[in-house]
Design a protein around this ligand. Structure first.
Ligand SMILES: Nc1ncnc2c1ncn2[C@@H]1O[C@H](COP(=O)(O)OP(=O)(O)OP(=O)(O)O)[C@@H](O)[C@H]1O
Length: 270
């Protein structure tokens, strides 16, 4: 497989019971690219993200992740090279920011019993905490953090093991507009601090695309509506087709927005 390719799905189908959820998905993500996956509820975004994260393998077709073919590789080993940010992080203990970030090295939700970090591991955690602007919060505990701080902590946790691929599953969920903007700035910063990193971000909302997004995959009802450079994919025509509603897409100062297309009023003058 081409070393420049991070992810490649070819004609992937996926079945659950007697239901086919994905019907022939193909797309290629090159290393260092930043993709967004967009589509309405039930389009298949989480299922596709499951392949990207080496959580499941296709029913038919092929999925190559970081040079490994799913179905022929030990998924656990591959997952160590992938950082996964899930804002519904099911943490129960009141861990500090540093402790949460360190669970990115142990691959666990909680701190494993009888585990303590080495000096190197602590240094790695502190480095990534600083990068994400959480330096002053390192000792604060999870329950006391704002949603925005939790989001940044989870990105730090995903980055601490120095992954090749970062998956962000609706990272702006539950954030107010200021916290969302801060989080998007943080994500944009990663293309400078981690230039080799490849990322895939899932969202329903065009307003939640980081300015650094270069490519998009638009899904609807288990099929690809369009995939490729973001400017070619996120047209009013494609987005309207994907969401089954007339939508006008706008791109201004690097940011995207969408609203329902309105019929023009015809003014009748006497
Ligand atoms: N385990 C399962 N068994 C049966 N159907 C499933 C299963 N998991 C997902 N589906 C169906 O597959 C389709 C795609 O689901 P998926 O969660 O991938 O979509 P999504 O685009 O992530 O949706 P959302 O935006 O609502 O999170 C949906 O119709 C869903 O009901």
């Amino acid at each position: 497989m081409d070393a420049a390719v991070a992810l490649e799905l070819k004609d992937v189908t996926f079945r659950r019971g007697d239901k086919e959820i994905l019907h022939g998905i193909s797309f290629t993500v090159k290393r260092g690219e930043h993709w967004v996956m967009l589509g309405p509820n039930g389009a298949g975004k989480s299922t596709v993200l499951g392949f990207c994260g080496a959580l499941v393998h296709p029913t038919s077709g092929t999925a190559d992740v970081l040079g490994e073919r799913l179905g022929r590789v030990e998924l656990q080993a591959l997952r160590r090279r992938i950082g996964h940010v899930n804002p519904r992080h099911p943490l129960r203990s009141p861990l500090t920011v540093t402790q949460v970030v360190l669970t990115g090295l142990t691959g666990t939700i909680e701190t494993p019993m009888r585990w303590s970090p080495s000096a190197d591991e602590l240094q790695q955690a502190h480095g990534v905490i600083e990068t994400l602007g959480l330096g002053g919060k390192a000792a604060e505990r999870w329950p006391t953090l704002s949603q925005g701080e939790r989001g940044r902590t989870l990105i730090a946790q995903a980055l601490v093991a120095d992954p090749d691929l970062l998956l962000l599953d609706e990272p702006s969920t539950g954030l107010d507009v200021a916290a969302r903007e801060q989080l998007l700035e943080t994500i944009d910063l990663l293309s400078e601090t981690h230039p080799e990193l490849t990322s895939v971000l899932v969202t329903h909302h065009l307003e939640e695309l980081p300015a650094s997004t270069g490519h998009a995959l638009l899904l609807s009802a288990g099929r690809v509506v369009a995939a490729g450079e973001v400017g070619d994919v996120l047209t009013s025509q494609h987005v309207s087709a994907a969401f089954g509603h007339p939508i006008e897409v706008e791109h201004r100062d690097g940011r995207w927005s969408a609203r329902a297309a309105r019929r023009r009023r015809v003014s009748v003058s006497a």
